[in-house]
Design a protein around this ligand. Structure first.
Ligand code: SAH
Length: 261
């Protein structure tokens, strides 16, 4: 069996219980060494073979996985965050299908969730944004037409921008081209959940200079939008004037305050 496991954003205790249990049983672990916390490898049993995919090609990864899985070994492919977000696991799955091997995917905490936690923020504030756009700047990997930063900026929804902290001047320009004002709140979250995590609050216009000030040029997410401000509507779900399947409406509860000791 082959398991594609999300390692979480960095902190060793942000892997899922299921992911950790499988790491403990694995006979072969191939981990994405550029971003996965090597501390997670301590969960492996002593005889487990461990390989770092940062030095490997797709073909080499498959060539290592297939014979081990065919011998009945438990193979773990450990991806950073959640494998479904820029994880490049689809191409591995498609090659594995040719060998009639069983595989399963174990989700992980994506770094965009860890970034929200670091910011102590909610991406989906009522009347500010009800959508989160996960995207990236075009780099060596092209971005399809109508999916460029400027296209998405037009929506004024919360944006979480991966893989782009090395091109922040251009990112600012694209966001402004799409309609964001230069003073729109933005934040750079470096190594969310790692011991050296850093949160830098800035604006769309000051992304590059703010990152440069702290020497940040990789392992960071850029978040943009009104969710970083102080204006929003309270939720209907928890509003005393609003009834739903689990609760009657009771406007008198609007006056409810905690008892102060
Ligand atoms: N699958 C991963 C993303 C892999 S792409 C996930 O779900 O998080 C790699 C990019 O993710 C990095 O360039 C960076 O933009 C972002 N990233 C990964 N871990 C991060 C972390 N702990 N803090 C901030 N950004 C992170």
């Amino acid at each position: 069996m082959i398991y594609f496991i999300g390692a979480g954003p960095g902190a060793e205790d942000l892997i899922t219980v299921r992911g950790k249990n499988l790491l403990e049983q694995a006979d072969l672990i191939i981990y994405a060494g550029s971003l996965v916390n090597p501390g997670l490898l301590k969960y492996a049993k002593p005889e487990c073979v461990i390989m770092n995919s940062a030095h490997m090609t797709l073909e080499e990864v498959i060539a290592a996985m297939v014979p081990a899985a065919q011998e009945g070994k438990l193979v773990v492919r450990l991806h950073t965050g959640d494998p479904s977000v820029y994880g490049a696991h689809r191409e591995q799955i498609d090659l594995l299908r040719g060998y009639d091997l069983d595989f399963e995917i174990v989700p992980g905490v994506s770094s965009f969730c860890a970034a929200a936690a670091a910011l102590k923020a909610e991406y989906t504030l009522p009347n500010i944004s009800q959508s989160v756009i996960i995207t990236r700047m075009e780099g060596r990997t092209p971005v399809p037409n109508r999916q460029k930063i400027a296209d998405y900026a037009q929506h004024k929804a919360t944006m979480v921008i991966f893989l782009s902290s090395g091109m922040l001047e251009k990112l600012s320009q694209e966001l402004i081209k799409g309609g964001y004002k230069a003073d729109t709140p933005a934040a750079i979250v470096y190594k969310a959940s790692w011991p050296d995590e850093r949160v830098v609050k800035c604006t769309v216009g000051t992304l590059a200079e703010s990152a440069a000030k702290y020497g940040i040029n990789k392992t960071a997410l850029i978040t943009v939008g009104g969710f970083l401000g102080n204006e929003y509507d309270r939720s209907e779900l928890y509003n005393p004037t609003f009834a739903h399947g689990f609760r009657e409406a009771d406007p008198s509860k609007l006056d409810l305050k905690p008892e102060v000791k």
